[in-house]
Design a protein around this ligand. Structure first.
Ligand code: SF4
Length: 496
């Protein structure tokens, strides 16, 4: 009898989940497809493409070692690759894909989907939760998750008596001498080298000098172990801090592995709670980390599916500017915070959530950049940038392009926030405290410019009253707007 063919996407690299959970070499064969449409369809960051391709090729080898018949194809697109061999098999199955595009192309060729268990919250369950809510607040979802999954819950109440330790988790980087943790540098093998050599022929951004991302389950487990041992304890307090002294601070660096399946959220949570139960981890750090995995991650994926395919085209603020040239060259700007952040993306395809939100996206929002332009850049450049991650994060949270469906107010800030949460400003050509001088911080000037040009759109938003009132009291608003126009023009021309 013909075998069942399992299509394994580049984000389903796990033997115990989805379509592979019940697969056996006697009854199932495996296919991977490297789509040339995807490879050549964007200017990807080298780290991102290297990680995705090499991890899939390593996983294919592991499945071969287990006795599976594995076909690893390069074809013009995924559907064509599957169709080129599917007639030899009983049927083709796959995990429910993680993007609208792949869902459509696979269902068009008759692939049968197995429920996606790479998340803790099935899509239908999230939809059910969303329908029971007046607004889609992450905090409410997170509390519901804690109760539903029984995580950090004792007798129906949150362990420690509080759901949220955010107020303890917003420390700036320490001013005095401080030892930041180190992270494993992953040794590259022949599969990695083969991928690196193939990538040298493509038009990509970024560099592969730093071996910060491992490409196997073993490497992903090493990263998890390293985080739990060296960083988990102090993860919480410095979660939002930014510093020139450490690119990773106490962050786990687990999102790429969670997003391609080398690690799963259930095992990460289990290991983290084991560490917490030993009494080594402060509750604020544990709660902050758990919130990222069972709260934010699941919430974003749930929103991606309930908001629908056209959500990515939302543009509530009618922003039309192209992406600023500095996004493609970290050395082209004198803004220290921006150049440090873009340089991190070029080197590693990763910076943590605050530089993503409060530096890169904030700058794009303040400069009236088209949300979809930022979305494409983020998708191409971040190591963990699955479609389901980036669409709600960029369109809803960062750019407020959905008019408040996800976040009731825009995440924008002037230089004062960046100055408080980082050590960038001391070394910068600009001054975060002023707005109309020649050396005034562009973030500070443009913050008021943003509020002024969008004042009518926000006038009924009660969460924006205070900020709009602040703007009305500025005596130098005309000069601020004039300087803001000058800055946007200069930033668009690549001159600032
Ligand atoms: Fe960034 Fe402004 Fe601070 Fe310079 S002064 S580092 S541009 S926030």
């Amino acid at each position: 009898m013909a075998k069942t063919l399992v299509y394994v996407a580049h984000d389903n690299l796990n033997r115990n989940k989805g379509a592979l959970a019940g697969a056996r070499p006697e009854t199932h064969a495996i296919v991977f497809v490297e789509s040339q449409r995807v490879l050549n369809g964007a200017r990807w960051n080298r780290q991102r493409l290297f990680f995705l391709l090499s991890a899939a090729r390593h996983f294919a080898e592991e499945l071969k070692d287990e006795g599976f018949e594995v076909t690893y194809l390069k074809d013009k697109d995924t559907a064509s690759g599957i169709q080129s061999i599917s007639k030899n098999y009983e049927e083709v199955i796959s995990v429910e894909p993680s993007s609208y595009r792949l869902s459509k192309s696979l269902s068009d060729i008759g692939v049968r989907f197995i429920p996606n268990d790479f998340f803790l919250t099935p899509r239908a369950l999230f939809e059910q939760w969303s329908k029971s809510q007046k607004s889609l607040k992450m905090e409410n979802f997170y509390r519901w998750q804690r109760q539903r999954l029984g995580i950090l819950i004792s007798n129906g109440e949150p362990v420690g008596g509080r759901w949220n330790y955010d107020d303890e988790n917003r420390e700036p980087p320490p001013k005095s001498e401080y030892r930041w943790p180190t992270y494993p540098s992953h040794e590259r093998d022949s599969i990695d080298e083969e991928v690196i050599s193939e990538l040298s022929n493509l038009n990509l951004s970024g560099a592969l000098d730093e071996a910060v991302w491992g490409t196997s389950r073993k490497a992903a487990l090493a990263q998890l172990k390293s985080f739990l041992k060296k960083s988990f304890k102090d993860f919480g307090p410095f979660e939002d801090a930014m510093t020139v002294k450490s690119w990773s601070l106490h962050h786990s660096l687990l999102s790429p592995y969670l997003n391609n399946g080398l690690l799963t959220p259930d095992e990460v949570i289990r290991e983290a709670l084991k560490e917490f139960d030993k009494g080594n981890i402060p509750l604020a750090s544990c709660e902050g980390f758990i919130r990222q995995i069972i709260g934010w991650r699941e919430y974003i994926n749930g929103l991606y599916w309930i908001f629908g395919e056209n959500y990515r085209e939302s543009n509530f603020l009618e922003s039309k500017n192209p992406l600023l040239p500095l996004f493609e060259n970290s050395q082209s700007t004198k803004m220290k915070c921006v150049s440090e952040t873009i340089s991190g993306v070029e080197k590693r395809g990763w910076v943590h959530h605050i530089p993503r939100l409060m530096i890169l996206s904030n700058l794009a929002a303040l400069c009236d950049v088209s949300p979809v332009e930022l979305l494409v850049w983020m998708r191409n450049n971040f190591i963990d940038a699955a479609d389901w991650v980036m669409v709600p994060n960029v369109i809803g949270m960062s750019m407020h392009a959905d008019g408040g469906r996800m976040s009731t107010k825009p995440y924008i800030a002037g230089g004062a926030y960046i100055s408080r949460m980082s050590d960038y400003c001391g070394d910068c050509a600009y001054n975060p405290k002023t707005r109309i001088e020649d050396d005034s911080c562009p973030f500070t000037t443009l913050y008021w410019h943003y509020l002024h040009r969008n004042r009518d759109r926000f006038k009924k938003n009660h969460r924006m009253f205070q900020q709009l009132n602040g703007m009305k009291k500025l005596k130098d608003i005309d000069e601020t707007i004039k300087r803001g126009d000058f800055l946007i023009e200069g930033l668009l021309a690549g001159e600032i």
